[in-house]
Ligand binder design. Structure first.
Ligand SMILES: [Zn+2]
Length: 92
């Protein structure tokens, strides 16, 4: 899906509708290291790894894209969920 480079939307800092630059959120790794996650890592380590079957494919094929909006007037960035697509193209 094509998505415009600039959109006019609400900026919470300016408290008004302003032009925003659109960027894709870079997909980083989840940094969760909660007790459950640590325990799961311990269980998975060593011989006989996977404790229970991996969950495979849900009913939905596409993901909601995450986009970063940057206000051109004050420079405030905000993260938002974008449209539900398999592939997001920004520009044009
Ligand atoms: Zn602003």
């Amino acid at each position: 899906m094509k998505f415009p480079k600039k959109i006019r939307t609400h900026c919470p800092k300016c408290n008004a509708h302003t032009e925003h630059k659109v960027q894709k959120e870079s997909s980083g790794q989840a940094r969760s290291n909660s007790w459950g996650q640590r325990q799961f890592k311990r269980v998975k380590a060593g011989y006989g790894g996977q404790p229970r079957p991996k969950q495979k494919g849900g009913p939905k094929v596409s993901d909601k894209a995450v986009i970063v909006l940057e206000c051109t007037e004050c420079g405030k960035k905000q993260v938002r969920t974008g449209p539900r697509t398999t592939k997001l193209q920004i520009g044009e």
